[in-house]
Write a protein that binds this ligand. Structure first.
Ligand SMILES: [Zn+2]
Length: 498
């Protein structure tokens, strides 16, 4: 078939010019200048068409032009200038302006009528042009694909945004008044075309339509008993049903110091009852979350390891990252970051620094190699009898050694019973302020070592232990984490102006 014949036939069926190009299989820049592209494809553009094109393309300046009598029978007007305007107005009227994301993604849900009409036109073209139209490969560029080619760039341009798969997701649901009736017909058609598979209305999905509804699987004669071939033009265009926005995931990283020995890492609940009024997670999220999102409870807090409730974390602090879904803002100035750091400081229990937005793909840094990392601790330990020089010498260990550690009794309710090998890299003990009953011991260990049990041995469940090394009872009184072996996120001093 010739392009001209095809276009003449499509025009007689009330198909718009964008769709004519779709049926000429235009898949690129052809849609930028439809008139020229049609001519280039050997289609004579009549006066009538040019005028019609003016109707489709022209903008606001001609309020008195005659109302359109019909909309395209295959796209229901989705590519018309009027509909584009409605779409953009709908997006702007939503909470779109509250999001600062530079990138957007469009997710457009179209009425199933569009798929039915595509199939109807497929049958019509087979009847008209015979075997030149295949039964299992569609004669047109599918509307979904054409929407990406045509509507996406126009909407991005009008909204002054870039297309970005990780950007703000704009979900647009479209409806058309013919859909309900046509889907009812489809349910009947489905019963006739695929007997034995009586699907209810809700079970007929777009995916099913795409898969099952092709001329190779449904007969035109069956189809035509329920829906017309070719599809008929409609007097109303598609309209917007809803616009939903989902902001991008933004990741904010920093380091925290835990200054309190009475603070849990995350909300601590026992049988539904809170054991402590606050937690590191809550203090940080409370100060950082609201800047980014209205759905603060959806924020996820992750850190490179954690401390026990009674353990402080000092030094440069422990890296953490917040994953903030549906974020309205994607940036943080140093000034804003400093204000958040100061707000956390006022808790007196936690202090944070190096707060910054980090690329999403870096957020998992926090978990990588956790098992291999070294941990740096300082333990305050008590003896039952005064320390001897021999004891102090035995607790100066500069070469690494391995211990076998059974799961401590105190965590057995949440961890399985295992014996794990752990490496201790170094031990360095000294007297605290010449008090012979108290030792300060600096310990470097493999991540995952239980330090309290390393000190007292827990009745031989950890061997060797400091107690077994010196042959005397020794207990831990207080523990601080003094360093974390993770050089991330990068250091930033938010108190220095940008
Ligand atoms: Zn159309």
């Amino acid at each position: 078939m010739k392009n001209q014949e095809l276009v003449d036939y499509l025009m007689s069926c009330g198909v718009c010019k964008v769709c004519q190009l779709r049926y000429l299989r235009a898949r690129g820049s052809e849609y930028n200048d439809i008139h020229k592209s049609l001519q280039r494809l050997g289609v004579k553009v009549t006066e009538d068409q040019v005028e019609d094109e003016d109707n489709v393309i022209s903008t606001d300046e001609q309020p008195l032009k005659k109302p359109r009598l019909s909309h395209c029978s295959t796209c229901l007007g989705i590519f018309s200038e009027d509909f584009q305007r409605e779409l953009i107005e709908g997006i702007i009227a939503s909470e779109f302006g509250k999001y600062d994301s530079e990138g957007i993604v469009l997710a457009i849900t179209m009425p199933m009528s569009l798929q039915l009409r595509q199939l109807s036109m497929w049958f019509a073209l087979q009847r008209k042009f015979g075997s030149t139209v295949h039964s299992n490969s569609p004669p047109d560029v599918p509307i979904k694909e054409a929407v990406k080619l045509i509507l996406h760039p126009i909407i991005c341009k009008k909204l002054d945004k870039k297309y970005d798969a990780n950007g703000l997701v704009i979900s647009i649901d479209l409806r058309h008044k013919v859909e309900e009736e046509e889907v009812d017909k489809l349910v009947e058609l489905n019963r006739a075309a695929f007997p034995g598979k009586a699907l209810r209305r809700v079970e007929i999905s777009r995916g099913l339509l795409e898969k099952q509804y092709q001329p190779s699987r449904v007969k035109a004669e069956t189809f035509e008993k329920y829906l017309p071939i070719p599809p008929t033009a409609v007097d109303e265009s598609l309209s917007l049903k809803s616009v939903d926005l989902q902001g991008p995931m933004v990741c904010v990283a920093g380091r925290y110091r835990k200054l309190s020995r009475e603070l849990s890492h995350t909300p601590w609940l026992l049988q539904g009852v809170r054991q402590m009024e606050d937690s590191i997670e809550e203090i940080i999220i409370r100060s950082v979350g609201p800047h980014f999102t209205e759905t603060v409870p959806k924020i996820t807090f992750m850190s490179s390891g954690r401390e026990d409730v009674d353990v402080r974390c000092l030094g440069k602090g422990r890296p953490f990252v917040l994953e903030i879904p549906n974020s309205r803002r994607s940036t943080l100035t140093r000034e804003q970051a400093l204000a958040m750091e100061q707000a956390v400081d006022t808790s007196g229990k936690v202090s944070i620094l190096n707060l910054q937005v980090v690329p999403r793909e870096q957020a998992m840094n926090i978990k990588t190699g956790e098992e291999q990392k070294r941990k740096y601790y300082r333990a305050l330990c008590a003896l039952k009898e005064p320390a001897t020089l021999e004891m102090l010498q035995k607790l100066q260990i500069s070469e690494s050694f391995d211990i076998q550690q059974k799961t401590p009794i105190r965590v057995l309710h949440r961890r399985p019973l295992h014996t794990r090998p752990r490496t201790i890299y170094s031990v360095k003990a000294r007297l605290q302020r010449d008090n012979p009953l108290v030792l300060v011991i600096d310990i470097v260990t493999q991540a995952g070592t239980y330090i309290k049990e390393l000190v007292h041995g827990e009745f031989g469940r950890t061997t060797p232990s400091f107690s077994s090394i010196i042959g005397k009872p020794i207990d831990i009184q207080a523990l601080d984490v003094v360093g974390i072996d993770l050089d991330w996120p990068p250091e930033v001093d938010n108190s220095v102006a940008e």
